[in-house]
Design a binder for this molecule. Structure first.
Ligand code: 2HG
Ligand code: ZN
Length: 462
């Protein structure tokens, strides 16, 4: 069956590069979740937009399901192919296409890694400001598919803010040219924005025109030690009131211990329960005075117990490692991940209720808290005890996620702030989106992909 299908694909798209080795099927059939056993039909690696269109025309004719695939650094199972789907990898479409000095836009192919996008922007004296730890491996197409956030959302917003135009191949193989980098365009539904965050269920992003901006002035990174989580938002307010923050991230001592064991340098002699990494430009004397005022205010109130500010780029990078290396340091413990958000103003009460809930629900598991607290986004990683079967561990964690979803619902929060719903959070979508919203989303998906070919099983079921 799969042989004859692949023969017909070969006949339909003769120059298409295909991989079918077991190692490749495993590599391309999974993402960073590692929870599902990959089982794709084959891996298609188109070398042009025309080939992507031809593959989708063939998939429509043959009713073959397709999983679009970027860097597969996702944490929600959004790029998993476990049911004989064709993986359509964009990895060969990884080049910058053009830069427009007047529009200040960079047009790139969807498979370009985020870091390469950063470098291409820098070559033009500008920046693409969305950034996060997976920059070297993730692709811009995957970022668009999940409306990726990261460490500078507090200053620059999510991926959504930076997409001026998109080229998208539909389930039937049409090529859509959405918004064409227009700044103003009041001509009906904005399908470009609909595609952003659609997790590969509405179309395959093949090209993106990205807005760039001026590089920020040189910034400093500060690490703060906090005595309790209750003061977290006080510290945030004290710094935000006086400085233009580029980042405001938090993590616990447990997170720090894992990162130190992973090779990072110890920042303070003493152990503190909570830490914040924040970044801002100091600029001139007034800036220096503002930092001092914020720090002294926090010290005087007992909100901060210690602090260090970077004196060089190398030290800034060292401080960032303490936050950015958490995911990698935890990976060997096969964490169960939560990626939740509430309005920033709701964070103190949400944090208190969630800490209590998880303290009671997970007394036997190690729980690691960190995240983009300045955006109201928490990452809660629960670590699997050595020797426990993964299926049992996930089952236990899912029971707690049900309770967490109720707390989120009460606070009007989201079960996925930035990682996407994929397979992992599908069962909890209704804690964040109303039945009417989900019905509309279903209708949109049905209209754009009537045969249900694109990324089946992800986000919600038909
Ligand atoms: C981060 O903020 C990423 O570092 C990953 O979103 C979060 O591993 C996680 O849970
Ligand atoms: Zn994050």
């Amino acid at each position: 069956m799969s042989h004859s299908l692949l023969d017909s694909l070969h006949a339909a798209v003769p120059a298409l590069r295909l991989k079918t080795d077991p190692g490749d099927l495993e590599h391309y059939g999974r993402d960073w979740t590692r929870r599902w056993t990959p089982n794709p039909l084959a891996i298609a690696l188109p070398g042009s937009v025309e080939e992507v269109q031809a593959v989708m025309r063939w998939a429509s004719e043959q009713a073959v399901k397709v999983v679009p695939s970027g860097g597969r650094t996702g944490l929600s199972g959004g790029a998993v192919a476990a049911n004989g789907e064709l993986v359509l990898s964009l990895e060969r479409l990884n080049k910058p296409l053009s830069f427009d000095r007047v529009d200040r836009t960079l047009t790139v192919q969807a498979g370009m890694p985020l870091q390469a996008v950063h470098e291409a922007a820098r070559e033009q004296g500008l920046v693409y400001p969305v950034d996060f730890a997976a920059r070297g491996s993730c692709s811009i197409g995957g970022n668009i598919a999940t409306n990726a956030g990261g460490i500078h959302v507090i200053r620059y917003g999510n991926t959504r803010e930076w997409i001026a135009g998109l080229k998208v191949v539909t389930a039937s193989g049409e090529l859509l040219d959405l918004n064409r980098a227009l700044v103003k365009n009041s001509s009906g539904y904005d399908l470009r924005q609909l595609m952003i965050g659609s997790e590969g269920t509405l179309g395959i992003v093949v090209e993106a025109t990205l807005r760039l901006t001026d590089p920020p002035p040189p910034s400093n990174v500060m690490l703060l030690a906090l005595p309790s989580f209750e003061v977290l938002m006080e510290v945030f307010a004290a710094f935000r009131q006086r400085l233009q923050l580029e980042a405001f991230e938090f993590f616990t001592d447990i997170a720090l211990r894992h990162v130190l064991a992973h090779g990072a340098a110890k920042p303070f002699e003493e152990v503190h329960p909570y830490y914040v990494v924040t970044e801002f430009a100091i600029g001139d004397e007034a800036g220096e005075a503002a930092v001092m005022a914020a720090f002294e205010d926090c010290m005087a109130h007992g909100w901060v117990s210690d602090g260090v500010i970077s004196q060089s780029d190398a030290q800034a990078r060292q401080l960032w490692r303490l936050r950015e290396d958490i995911t990698e340091a935890l990976a060997p413990h096969v964490p169960y991940k939560n990626d939740v958000s509430v309005r920033i103003s709701q964070m103190p009460v949400f944090l208190a209720q969630t800490m209590q809930l998880l303290g009671e629900a997970y007394p036997h598991f190690e729980v690691v808290w960190f995240g983009h607290i300045g955006d109201g986004n928490l990452h809660i990683n629960v670590l699997k005890p050595a020797g426990m079967a993964q299926a049992d561990f996930v089952r236990d964690c899912e029971q707690v996620t049900r309770l967490l979803a109720q707390v989120l619902k009460r606070h009007g929060g989201s079960i996925s702030a930035e990682h996407g719903i994929g397979l992992v959070k599908k069962a909890y979508l209704d804690s964040t989106r109303s039945p009417a919203e989900i019905a509309l989303m279903r209708g949109i998906r049905q209209a754009m992909d009537p045969a249900g070919l694109l990324n089946p099983g992800k986000l919600f079921d038909p």
